[in-house]
Design a protein around this ligand. Structure first.
Ligand code: PMP
Length: 433
């Protein structure tokens, strides 16, 4: 398979299998983190040799329409010419130097101009850096300890927020209080439990937890979170690491008319170059200046140049409208195809960040079998994590995905009675918080 239109991948996977064997010898568990395929159907490739636009090629040369977009960084297309050119130009000048490049100031100015609640910006590498800095800033600002987070929401892989507690201590999250997303009463109860010790409230822009239906934010919840922070002096933090710039050319909670004090960004902001950001309002500026946060690569100029070029594309192009339009096409087409084949889907969340689960599939066995069929046909979908559309996708790509979906539902009908749940997934779900 060589071209994006060559479908029905062979799945010989010989290179992929060989790489996995070598990895098992030199990488603990063969792979780790969210890009390990251990919790995916066995048909999924582990290694990708290259990406271009909306497509990926695995180590065996099979091509996929990539509906995961790197779990978020691919906003405008892999290998975007303008962004890569900006990065290459900066690379010729310098990247990780003894001090930051002037591009850092330009980038902070661009963020402050684009994101309404932000008066300042700090840059780091990963989303977890940004959320951890937000937590520290809230504690420094208030000199209080308690942080409210929604149960099941992902804010990163540091000890204070990782969903898998192995290697961490209960003490690491001793000052986290959970509430239920979109549930005003439980938010109020969490605030009451914090008493006069509340440092901050974390909010996902919408509920985008893995394994369960996504939920858009309700305005009452967002407004109450703002009010509680105003009443107590705590900081409101929107974690826009995953959804940032996919719902708005601003903080995602601009859609519900609520401005946070801090927002966390990562993934898409440089279209795949490694950089994340904490943005803040003037209120939190002094505290942000007091915490000690840094890293060897945090001031590297190449990702900053890439981010600046990405922000320019975000402002100047119709990328957002385009991905919404393609998302609508995908959602409607999938609904129609599933119904025709006798399956009921739950497609939730914004159309450009879709999560697709099957009704009557508590142990995900149907979703696993369907996604394996899709991957076999060159469409990379995920059975339990939200997906992403990118602006490099075309109507033809979506039409191909729908064609593959049709054939995958058809194949699934024949398999239906023989499906079994994925044992690794079942074990992981049992071990979670
Ligand atoms: N917050 C959210 C909402 C995320 O989706 C993620 C990553 N999936 C993070 C924080 C952590 O980002 P990173 O993996 O870049 O550390």
């Amino acid at each position: 398979m060589t071209g994006p239109n060559a479908r029905a991948n062979s799945l010989v996977n010989s290179q992929d299998r060989a790489l996995r064997e070598r990895a098992a010898a030199v990488i603990p568990n063969g792979m780790y983190g969210h890009e390990s395929v251990r919790l995916l159907p066995p048909e999924f490739p582990q290694f990708f040799a290259r990406g271009q636009g909306a497509h990926l090629w695995d180590a065996d040369g099979n091509c996929y329409l990539d509906l995961m977009c790197g779990y978020g960084p691919n906003l405008l297309g892999y290998g975007h010419p303008k962004i890569d050119a900006a990065a290459a130009a900066q690379q010729r000048l310098g990247d990780a130097m003894t001090g930051p490049s002037p591009v850092m100031v330009e980038l902070a100015e661009a963020f402050v101009a684009l994101v309404a609640h932000a008066d300042w910006a700090m840059f780091c590498k990963n989303g977890t850096d940004a959320t951890t800095m937000a937590m520290m800033t809230a504690r420094a600002h208030t000199t209080k300890r308690k942080i409210i987070v929604a149960k099941g929401a992902y804010h990163g892989a540091a000890p204070w927020c990782t969903p898998v507690p192995t290697g961490t201590l209960p003490d690491d999250r001793a000052h986290s209080i959970t509430c239920l997303y979109n549930d005003v009463e439980s938010l109020e109860a969490a605030a009451a439990a914090a008493g006069d010790d509340l440092a901050g409230i974390f909010a996902s822009p919408f509920k985008h937890d893995a394994f369960v239906d996504q939920q858009l934010p309700n305005i009452a919840y967002a407004k109450r979170a703002r009010e509680i922070c105003d009443e107590t002096g705590a900081l409101l933090i929107v974690d826009d690491v995953r959804a940032g710039f996919r719902l708005a050319r601003d903080c995602s909670w601009s859609s519900v008319g609520v401005k946070p004090d801090l927002s966390c960004w990562g993934k898409s902001i440089a279209n795949g170059y490694p950089i994340s950001a904490l943005l803040g309002a003037d209120k939190a500026r002094a505290a942000a200046g007091l915490i000690y946060v840094t890293g060897s690569f945090w001031f590297a100029a190449v990702p900053m140049a890439a981010a600046l070029a990405t922000l320019r594309e975000i402002s100047a192009s119709e990328y957002l409208e385009r991905s919404e339009q393609l998302g609508l096409m995908l959602r409607a087409g999938l609904r129609e195809a599933a119904t025709r084949h006798g399956f009921a889907l739950r497609q939730t969340g914004p159309v450009q960040m879709p999560l697709i689960l099957f009704e009557e599939d508590a142990d995900f066995r149907i979703g696993y079998a369907w996604s394996a069929q899709m991957v076999k046909r060159g469409i990379y979908v995920h059975p339990w994590h939200n997906m992403f559309l990118c602006a490099a996708m075309t109507e033809r790509d979506i039409a191909e995905a729908l064609q593959a979906a049709d054939a995958s539902f058809e194949a699934l009908k024949a398999q239906r009675t023989q499906l079994v749940p994925h044992t690794g997934l079942m074990a992981m779900l049992a071990a979670r918080h």
